[in-house]
Structures are given as structure tokens and as C-alpha cells.
Design a protein around this ligand. Structure first.
Ligand code: SF4
Length: 450
């Protein structure tokens, strides 16, 4: 049996195990007892195309499905103290990067939480930290910012666009008010439409809309209503997320549906959504991501090989060197999150990595295979061989044979390319976890949600 509850012979695994957006997952991180110095970890690493990510862990409400690291509201000047800490962290990290090799950022993103929970003046300060402390040239690189309908106000958008934002991502989830309520994110359709109007008026080049399928009571018909409402804005990108019920989140499991029925509903809605977007001029980038075919390219997608060099600022952000992934403590429960944010704002010494996981060569291979395979365009065999001196078929024979048996690999892929079939892409959240190493699985299984 695998940790996902399947036997190796099982040809009909569950499609929704987990969203693999980063490997290894943070639940496999542990306290780094040696507290390595960042300066040592970054010495000799390539630093000429780094990604910068700033995590803002505040939201106005906690959505029922959300297990991101975020808290509701920010009492007692907490955002000021948080930005003060971010400033200290940025200063320490930039110092650790050193000047022995050129340091350059190729992409930047503000995520959360809801970065636009910050006021316009606070967003200015956040951009100042990225530019003046880290040296990121925000106006010269793709800068993506997440937002919510209530906080996407004209003054905040004006600051972000002026400072170089190229992409604004709006978490809408559903345009159907009853569905928004069922997913524990009550909002009025008119407020969502007004926010989308403000984003378009701001002139930001790329609008992304997030939608969710698998909500209690959602049908193909109501799903189509949301899709069409989103399409009316001709967003450059759309993310379609399957709904998950996760430990310690407010959303409870639907009482009247079995897991299998829910899987079926989600698969049905996924296919419906995918076909609808493909018929409306979008191309599929990954299971979740769709891009308008005539939209201008905007830099790396949700996966890029250069994510090996990632600088995360803020208490929930990860950073990656080629050998170490690190962050701070991780939690989903509200009380724990508050404690961790408070500890972060009180931190003076940011020169060491506290929590993380070492990534050896074999994990790097897995990560490359996983993250390439989960993109619609798949993995370039030549690139893999150049990087690791071997082939994925030699490194992962059992896994790839199993995927092939299940019809998850595309037999018509161009020469030199390993990519998923339509069925394989639909099962991305089942396939991904099967590529986790035994050590990472064991660490994730031993993690106690808090
Ligand atoms: S889904 Fe987004 S807006 Fe909702 S609680 Fe999570 S981070 Fe905040």
C-alpha cells in the first residue's frame, strides 16, 4: 500500500489527493537544529535570475476552503510591525546574498493572504522594501499581486500599477452568490463585478481570475454561469481550482455525498470547465491554469526551473537554494498562526534558516520531474539529461510504467517530450503525490496539523 491508500496495482486511484504546487511540501519541513547561516547557504549559488516572493498573511475573512497561512484582520498596528520585520528580514537576506556574484531578480510576486489588505501607503512601503532593500527592479520584471474583491480599491491598484505590477490575480471563486456562501466566502456579485471593473480600469496588463469547482450544490449549469461571467472580462488567465476540505479549515465535509460521488462531481465539472475554456480561445497550461491564447506572454508560469533560486520574505514564505528549502514555522489553525506572526514581528536576527528541508540530488530529480510533468507541455528529456546526466525512465521506471498503464502519458507527444495525456492532467492531484519520495511521505505523514 502507498501512503495515499492505493496498491501499486490500483488502476483507478483517487483524483484529488493534494495540490502539488511545491515539492517537498512544507509539512515535510522540520526545525533545522544547526540553524545554518543564510550567507553560507547562498554562497556559490546562482543569483542572477532569482525570484522574489513577499508573503502578506492578512485577510478580511477566512474562506472556508483555505489552508493558506493567513489570519483575519490585523489589530494594534500589526501591519506596521509586520512591515518593520519584513524590512529587517530583507536587509539581512540581501546581506547574506553578498556581492561576490551579481544578484538580480527576474520575477517578483506579492501573495498571501491578501497583499491588498495593506493600505495604499503600506503597499508603497512594501515595494520600497523590495526595491531598496533587496534591489529588485520591480518595473523591469513581471510582478504579480493577489487581491480580493473588497480590497482591490482604486488607490491600491494605482500604487501597484505605478510600481510595476504586471499581473493582478483576483480570488472570485464563484459568481453565484449561493455557491460563494456555501464555500464560506460570502460576497455580492455586484461587488465582484465592480472590483473587476476597477482592475481593468487600472490598466494592469494581466488579469487572472480564480474560480472553484466542486462546491456543494454546484451543477454544470451554475458552473457555466461562473465561467461565462469570468469570460465576459476576457481575463488573460483563469485558474480553475478543485475544492478541497482540509484539516483545521472552516469548511466541513459535505454530509450527503460520498468521497467517490464528490470526486465524480469534481471531475465532471473540471472537464466541463476545461472544454468550455478551450472552446473560448484559451489554452491549458496545467490542470488549473488556462491562458488566453492571444494574451501577451508575461514571464514564467506557475512553474519555472529557475525557482531553484527563490527568496521568500515574510513569515509564511519559502526560500530555495539548490540544496536547502527553508521557511519559518507552519500552521493552519488560527491560534497557531497568530503566535507565529507575533513571533515573526518580534524577530531581530534573520541571518539564519530556522525551519526547512535539505534537498539532495535524488529529490532534485523528483522535483524536476514532478513540476515539469504537471505542466501541459511536459518535460523536455534533453533538459533533464543535461541537468542530471540520466533519463527519467531510468530514474523512475516503476512510476512512469504505472502512469503509462493508467493512460496518463501522452503516446502522441512530440519526440523528446514526456507529457501527460488529457486524462493524466485531469488526475494531476492524484499523480503528483505518487512521485513523492518515501522520506518526504514519511515526514508529511508524521506532521501533526496545528
Ligand atoms: S482564499 Fe485567499 S482571501 Fe480567502 S482566506 Fe485564503 S488567502 Fe485569504
Amino acid at each position: 500500500m502507498t501512503s495515499t491508500g492505493m496498491t501499486d496495482q490500483d488502476l483507478s486511484p483517487r483524483p484529488y489527493q493534494s495540490y502539488v504546487y511545491a515539492y517537498p511540501h512544507k509539512t515535510a519541513y522540520r526545525k533545522l537544529t544547526d540553524r545554518p547561516r543564510l550567507a553560507d547557504e547562498w554562497a556559490g549559488e546562482p543569483k542572477d535570475a532569482l525570484s522574489l516572493y513577499a508573503h502578506i498573511p492578512f485577510c478580511e475573512v477566512r474562506c472556508g476552503f483555505c489552508n493558506l497561512f493567513t489570519r483575519i484582520g490585523a489589530p494594534d498596528e500589526l501591519t506596521t510591525r509586520y512591515l518593520d520585520a519584513l524590512d529587517r528580514q530583507a536587509t539581512a537576506v540581501r546581506e547574506a546574498l553578498g556581492d561576490a556574484e551579481p544578484v538580480r531578480f527576474a520575477t517578483a510576486a506579492f501573495g498571501g493572504g491578501t497583499p491588498t489588505f495593506l493600505t495604499a501607503a503600506e503597499l508603497e512601503r512594501l515595494c520600497d522594501i523590495a526595491e531598496q532593500r533587496m534591489g529588485a527592479d520591480l518595473r523591469a520584471v513581471p510582478l504579480s499581486v493577489e487581491s480580493s474583491p473588497a480590497t482591490a480599491t482604486a488607490d491600491r491598484l494605482a500604487v501597484l500599477v505605478d510600481r510595476g505590477a504586471t499581473r493582478l490575480s483576483l480570488g472570485v471563486q464563484s459568481f453565484v452568490e449561493e455557491e460563494a456562501r456555501a464555500a464560506v466566502r460570502p460576497q455580492r456579485r455586484s461587488d465582484v463585478e465592480a472590483a473587476l471593473g476597477r482592475i481593468r480600469d487600472s490598466g494592469v496588463p494581466v488579469l487572472n481570475i480564480d474560480l472553484i469547482y466542486g462546491i456543494d450544490g454546484q451543477t454544470e449549469r451554475s458552473w457555466r454561469r461562473s465561467l461565462d461571467a469570468a469570460l465576459a472580462w476576457r481575463p488573460e488567465e483563469l485558474y480553475l481550482y478543485p475544492l478541497y476540505v482540509r484539516p483545521l479549515t472552516p469548511l466541513q465535509k459535505r454530509a450527503h455525498a460520498s468521497d467517490r460521488e464528490w470526486d465524480e462531481q469534481r471531475l465532471r465539472l473540471y472537464r466541463h470547465g476545461r472544454d468550455h475554456l478551450l472552446a473560448h480561445g484559451y489554452e491549458q497550461v496545467s490542470m488549473r491554469m488556462f491562458r488566453r491564447a492571444d494574451a501577451p506572454p508575461q514571464g514564467p508560469d506557475d512553474y519555472a526551473c529557475q525557482t531553484d533560486g527563490m527568496i521568500g520574505l515574510g513569515c509564511g514564505a519559502r526560500s530555495y537554494t539548490s540544496r536547502l528549502h527553508y521557511s519559518f514555522d507552519y500552521a493552519v489553525g488560527m491560534g497557531e498562526i497568530r503566535t507565529i506572526i507575533d513571533a515573526y514581528t518580534a524577530t531581530e536576527d534573520f541571518s539564519r534558516a530556522e525551519v526547512g528541508r535539505r534537498v539532495d540530488k535524488s529529490e532534485a530529480r523528483r522535483r524536476h520531474l514532478l513540476q515539469s510533468l504537471l505542466q501541459a507541455e511536459g518535460l523536455r528529456l534533453e533538459e533533464y539529461t543535461e541537468r542530471f546526466g540520466s533519463s527519467p525512465f531510468a530514474d523512475f521506471p516503476a512510476e512512469l510504467a504505472r502512469f503509462e498503464d493508467r493512460g496518463w502519458l501522452d503516446g502522441d507527444a512530440p519526440a523528446g517530450r514526456l507529457r501527460l495525456s488529457a486524462q493524466g492532467l485531469a488526475y494531476s492531484d492524484g499523480l503528483g503525490p505518487e512521485l513523492f519520495s518515501p522520506a518526504v511521505r514519511a515526514a508529511m505523514a508524521a506532521y501533526e496539523p496545528k
